[in-house]
Design a protein around this ligand. Structure first.
Ligand SMILES: Nc1ncnc2c1ncn2[C@@H]1O[C@H](COP(=O)(O)OP(=O)(O)OP(=O)(O)O)[C@@H](O)[C@H]1O
Ligand SMILES: [Mg+2]
Length: 161
């Protein structure tokens, strides 16, 4: 019997054009690897190099948060990411961990808030400023899922010529 991939099925229902989904252990060296992958994927969108850099930046902020905060830098925990390109130049990114989670999401998302006095508390602010939507779901002891969405300008073929 043919198995139906739930990601594919859900994606088709929301005008998905393409997606990539992968997981990796929470090793710090995987941040730049995953960042490059998502950047290369985002290059399929009709957007500028600067916009791709912004996507890479917010993505690596979310992945770093999973490793540093979610897993307290423990190296072999699971980080799952999914990047989706929808119709009309829309990109969605999801970063998920199964780590310590957050007790107060609103406070965590305040500009300059950090639970670590040595950090700047900039990650969520960057995600908010470069993305059009940011949704964070978190359960203490269960993990955190960060979903971001950005709508890039739809350029007509004539404008590109
Ligand atoms: N995946 C996560 N799991 C658990 N806690 C998280 C997670 N992501 C963020 N947090 C909490 O939210 C706070 C704010 O995150 P944010 O990325 O804005 O700042 P930061 O990581 O502390 O500092 P910076 O990103 O500037 O290095 C973190 O200090 C942490 O307490
Ligand atoms: Mg951060």
């Amino acid at each position: 019997m043919t198995e139906v991939n739930p990601s594919l099925q859900a994606g088709q229902a929301m005008n998905m054009k393409n997606y990539v989904r992968f997981e990796f252990p929470s090793l710090p060296e995987n941040v730049s690897f995953a960042r490059s992958c998502v950047g290369a994927f985002a290059a399929q969108l009709n957007c500028t190099l600067e916009e791709i850099e912004e996507i890479k930046l917010v993505f690596s902020e979310a992945v770093s948060n999973s490793i540093i905060h979610g897993y307290d830098n423990r190296p072999y925990e699971k980080v799952v990411v999914m990047a989706t390109i929808l119709e009309n130049q829309i990109m969605e990114i999801m970063v998920e961990d199964y780590g310590r989670g957050m007790t107060n999401i609103e406070q965590a998302m305040e500009p300059s808030f950090s639970s670590d006095p040595a950090r700047m508390g900039l990650g969520f602010s960057l995600m908010k400023s470069f993305m059009d939507e940011l949704n964070v779901c978190s359960q203490p002891g269960q993990g955190t899922s960060v979903k971001m969405k950005r709508c890039f300008q739809v350029k007509s073929q004539a404008a590109l010529a």
